[in-house]
Design a protein around this ligand. Sequence first.
Ligand SMILES: O=C(O)c1ccccc1NCC(=O)[C@H](O)[C@H](O)COP(=O)(O)O
Length: 214
Amino acid sequence: MSQVAIKICGVRTPDAIDAAMRGGASHVGFVHFPRSPRHLAPAALADLAPRVPEHVARVAVLVDPDDAIIDALIAAGGLHVLQLHGREEPARVAAIRQRTGLETWKAIPVKSAADLAAGNAYAGAADRLLFDAKTPEGAALPGGMGHRFDWTLLAGHRPPLPWGLSGGLDADNVAHALRLTGAPLVDVSSGVESAPGIKDMDRIAAFCEAVSRC
Ligand SMILES: O=C(O)c1ccccc1NCC(=O)[C@H](O)[C@H](O)COP(=O)(O)O
């Protein structure tokens, strides 16, 4: 049985949550970013969140959020984790973590080896780094685009805080990614969808199955 934690990100429907639960996901991610096909407003989150069992972490994915939207999402979603996916500096991450008392993750966009080092500045500010593929300049979204980075960059990298791997993962490549990186947590969105924002239950099952075999 795999010890690797699984986050299914960008869920918008009860059946996607149920599929993630059947697959043994440890985290489900709710995206709040109006330009995203996965965007959920607080009211929609409030409808969906109770579907997630208590032992599974509800993660809000946010881009440079202000305190008001953080508070609205926490009130709506009974959140366990805030995933900051914008340009939040360490001081802002630390302030959000301190103010909310929630586990706080910082996404680190990666294209080259130099990008990995940017994560080190978040030691003491964040609870976890999420190494994700850097999306192209001018892209509509800072994540959730199915891009991957060179996973060999992570071989031998020892981040100073817990971490996870994200970006372009799917059922066919996740075992390879885990062999190369040894990631303790994997995060997927597009790779378990049939179209942007549309989760595919069979792909969720296949992804979780592939991770569980590792
Ligand atoms: O998924 C989105 O639409 C999104 C929008 C704005 C900021 C972050 C977003 N997603 C972040 C995630 O956690 C994704 O799971 C991660 O980037 C991996 O996505 P994918 O490559 O599609 O698996």
